[in-house]
Design a protein around this ligand. Sequence first.
Ligand SMILES: C[S@@+](CC[C@H](N)C(=O)[O-])C[C@H]1O[C@@H](n2cnc3c(N)ncnc32)[C@H](O)[C@@H]1O
Length: 175
Amino acid sequence: MAQRISGAYRLITIPSIYKGLMFSLGADRAMSRYVNDVLQPKAGMKMLDVGCGPANVLAYLPPIDYTGIDLNEKHIAYAREVYGDRGRFIVGNVAHGLKQEERAFHLINVSGVLHHLGDDEAAALFRSLKPLLKDDGKLITLDPVWLSGQHTIAKLFNWLDSGMNIRTQEGTLDC
Ligand SMILES: C[S@@+](CC[C@H](N)C(=O)[O-])C[C@H]1O[C@@H](n2cnc3c(N)ncnc32)[C@H](O)[C@@H]1O
């Protein structure tokens, strides 16, 4: 993984701090728009949330069969405490942890994860996720990106992000 984890960056591995930071940056409004306009989940769907963190997205979802997976056990413990039986929360690497779930999911969400991964890791992640999707299932990603003419504040947030692989709009992955 290509990310900063020392000094102040260690703080965002703590769920309550991560959640507070996201809230202060207006991520709650952005998440609500992302869910309603892009993910468009329907009640009863089976959804996998890869790199779910503290599972913030659950606050915006209808009743849904939700599975969140994350490498960080503190985020998963927090998600279990806050959301209890609203979902299944797994500590693990999605590339290894969900083999038995073949073609199970209507929707796979990968938000805020790719910019922590190098190209090879990101391509391997997509390859491991493809067999988990139903034939008509959708995989949707959301990540920061570098744009020409981007507002200085947006650039500043990108510079400060712990993920070290923020891509350009033209960036492509060979999966
Ligand atoms: C910036 S957080 C995003 C959290 C959440 N998706 C959101 O949008 O708020 C990225 C998370 O991805 C997790 N992660 C990265 N690669 C992963 C992998 N291969 N399997 C599971 N979790 C992963 C990290 O532990 C981290 O909690």
